[in-house]
Design a protein around this ligand. Structure first.
Ligand SMILES: Cc1ncc(COP(=O)(O)O)c(C=O)c1O
Length: 368
């Protein structure tokens, strides 16, 4: 008789590994990375100083409860710190949500063209990922509600969404919440919320204040410029936070990360500058790309720190991706997300955006 072999759980085999944005060209040259939606202005100097000063404490475990950081988040966003959970990036919190509320025989629902971690988080716990149709690259609340079954346990939406950059209104978020059964956790992933104009607030944090089945997630990786340190947070009712904390890894955010995030929260001038830079160059870039519509390039209006370009004419997305790569710019071509006709491009510095626009414009001219 042959000895039984070690095998991962059957559902683990079905996971397509997450593909991070690359920082080198195909032939190994260093390049400008416009593929991971990082902050082109870098990090607040105050956060950098707090990080560097933490070197003295390298031998110590961090505060497992991240008390000072949660209090600072609470005062910045006017939330009860006891209802905040911190994570190793908001990614961890998305995984915790699936882990606490879904499992085998359950469904995890999200719109088509969503953040690629949602199916991963579902499969990791043996649940079935289910996609609802989109509405021209935008989340359709009606389609999501139609796709709910008695097995649906978690619904993920990103608002604004990655990779489309589109967002849904407060009224649409409320409609989604009102239409969902109360035994279903609604996760509103606000990784890019700080890039929305203030009047476009989707009301998710206010909703989570009173709802018993809503979790909002945020990150320090985007506008706060701390992607390397892996810090995210979530806000929900005490029962949800308690459930997530039970399965959270202890000491999940480093001392340097906690202090850097706290300092970053207190440097709102840096956040304002990042917001203004993004708005200005996203607008400029989208306007430049609109000039290429006669060549079948369509820009999906974005509310985040990237733009999604659709190549629906004579130049295809792969050609554009390679032309940009040749000139030292790495963007995100998305065949793995069933968007082989699309490039997602992070809003970089002024120079980056001017270069990318010039390269794409000359590619189109050659094709015309
Ligand atoms: C929509 C969305 N949610 C969550 C994340 C995860 O961010 P982090 O784990 O760095 O907080 C990302 C990162 O790109 C994202 O695009």
């Amino acid at each position: 008789m042959t000895a039984p072999e070690l095998r991962p759980k059957s559902w683990i085999d079905s996971i397509a590994p997450y593909i991070p944005g690359s920082s080198k060209t195909l032939d190994g040259r260093p390049a400008v990375k416009l593929s991971s939606n990082e902050n082109p202005l870098g990090t607040s100097h105050k956060a950098q100083d707090a990080y560097l000063q933490s070197a003295d404490d390298l031998s110590l475990y961090p505060d497992s409860g991240a008390t000072a950081l949660r209090e600072a988040i609470g005062s910045c966003y006017n939330l009860d710190p006891a209802r905040i959970i911190h994570g190793t990036g908001s990614d961890e919190i998305l995984h915790l949500a699936a882990g606490a509320y879904a499992g085998q025989d359950d469904e995890v629902l999200y719109p088509r063209y969503s953040f690629s971690v949602y199916p991963l988080a579902a499969r990791r716990v043996g649940a079935t990922p289910v996609e609802a149709p989109d509405d021209d690259y935008r989340c359709s609340v009606d389609a999501l509600l139609k796709a709910v079954t008695p097995r649906t346990r978690v619904v993920f939406i990103a608002n604004p969404n990655n990779p489309t950059g589109t967002w849904i209104t407060k009224a649409e978020v409320e409609k989604l919440y009102n239409g969902l059964p109360r035994n279903c956790l609604l996760v509103i992933d606000q990784a890019y919320a700080e890039y929305l104009d203030p009047e476009c607030d989707d009301g998710a944090l206010a909703l989570a204040k009173n709802a018993r089945n809503v979790l909002v997630t945020r990150t320090f990786s985007k506008i706060y410029g701390l992607a390397a340190e892996r810090i995210g947070w979530g806000y929900a009712c005490p029962e949800i936070i308690d459930a997530l904390n039970r399965i959270r890894a202890p000491f999940n955010v480093t001392i340097a990360g906690q202090r850097a995030a706290l300092a970053a929260l207190q440097d709102q001038e840096f956040i304002q500058n990042s917001f203004k830079h993004n708005k200005k160059w996203r607008g400029w870039f989208e306007n430049e790309m609109a000039q290429l519509s006669n060549a079948g390039i369509r820009v999906i209006p974005s509310s985040a720190n990237f733009s999604l370009l659709l190549f629906e004419g004579m130049v295809n997305a792969e050609t554009a991706y390679k032309a940009l790569m040749d000139q030292g710019y790495i963007t995100r071509w998305l065949p793995g997300q069933r968007l082989p006709h699309a490039l997602r491009i992070t809003i970089g510095s002024e120079q980056h955006m001017r270069d990318v626009a010039r390269i794409l414009t000359s590619l189109v001219r050659q094709a015309l």
